[in-house]
Design a binder for this molecule. Sequence first.
Ligand code: NYM
Ligand code: MG
Length: 221
Amino acid sequence: MPKRGAFIVIEGLDRSGKSTQAAALLRRLQDAQVSAKLIKFPDRTTPIGKMIDAYLRSESELDDRAIHLLFSANRWELASSIEATLRSGETIICDRYAFSGLAFSASKVRPGSQSYPLLDYDWCRTPDAGLPAPDLTLFLDVSTDAAKARGGYGEERYEREDVQRRVRDVFVRIGDQVEAGGGRWEVVDADESEEAVRDVIWDAAKDLVKGVDAPIEKLWD
Ligand code: NYM
Ligand code: MG
């Protein structure tokens, strides 16, 4: 049977260089004649994505559970096309996925509190269970100092130092859980130079992109 494409997710905090690195990996694959495409979540082009976009720009207010479910629905609307692409032999590089959904929602705290969770971690995890699982997740770990040196955070919701610190804590927990479940989660030091990070990512991905024999797993199965 021919091999399927690899599903590679790039995760991280805002300003960690994800989008730059995802584009660099795509170019490298294309240079190596590997059939590959880049997707990104949230996908702001769909009707659900437009609601998410308005929320992130603070043009709308939504209940915290409602927005969490919209982010997940935005992945589910692409799930069958992700599977079809992988089966066709094409590799997917995915800029953010369900782990961002879990990290950003589960890190929310109750008003007036610095640490009391607003949403339960497992409640946040459940809507994404059953999505195609990545073969490899690269977590681009950036320090708040490096993020600041890169021009600081933008204008969107969540782009604040206290929020990013809490999100990072949840990402660490998620990484442990992915590994405990047999998944591959690689922490990449994203304070390093763009070229250095590129090389670390290539080292982690280069064997996978030759094609995968194993079936597509389901997330959190
Ligand atoms: N984000 C992203 C979530 O809160 N939940 C999700 O499921 C996903 C995929 O959206 N701050 C947050 C993380 C980011 C923001 O992402 C927009 P980007 O990559 O900056 O467009
Ligand atoms: Mg951003």
